[in-house]
Design a protein around this ligand. Sequence first.
Ligand SMILES: [Mn+2]
Length: 216
Amino acid sequence: MIDQSGTVPVSIGGDHSITLPILRAIAGVNSRHKGPVGVIHLDAHVDAYGPVAGIKEHCGSMFMLALEEGLIDATRTIQIGIRGAMGDLRQDDWAHDAGYRIIEIDEFNDIGVDSVIAETRRIAGDGKPTYISWDLDVLDPAYAPAVADPETGGISINEALRFIRGLRGINIIGADIVCFTPHLDTTRITALNASSVLHEIVTIIADRISKNNPKK
Ligand SMILES: [Mn+2]
């Protein structure tokens, strides 16, 4: 019902498992957008992992299950900032085999944020429904130490904000900002940067809506 009303859901907080029920609500065949959507996924981890301790739905499986459930379009899904410790040398194989465009942190640094923006716009497509899922651990712990799974060597907040501004015009149908752990945020820098990411995302959504609905 909320989806049918035309709502663009933007959430902040929670762990990454919240993405799957959001996508079920706004991206399934019964949704307003009627079928698989594109995803712009910022994260240190691909989160396309299989069951853990026998549990299928967990905070690192949503980009496996969402594709299996027909909620997302693999050819329109891009994962950016991937890095971090390998618990299993094959842990990212499923995401690669699925056909997601994966920009690991070394490629990000090699090509620079403007080229990452261009590649993201190419994958997302013009005017097509696209969801943003933003794990705060894509940021370097210098900018976001209070996250669930911190990984060194991430992007800067300046790169993050520039990246989001570069997405202006894309048809963003919803977004989440996840994995903030407030009790660890002793300096409040994570909250400051998370709210800045939120502000930029909401701004590009509002910009597109206002341009599509000009005042008479
Ligand atoms: Mn992560």
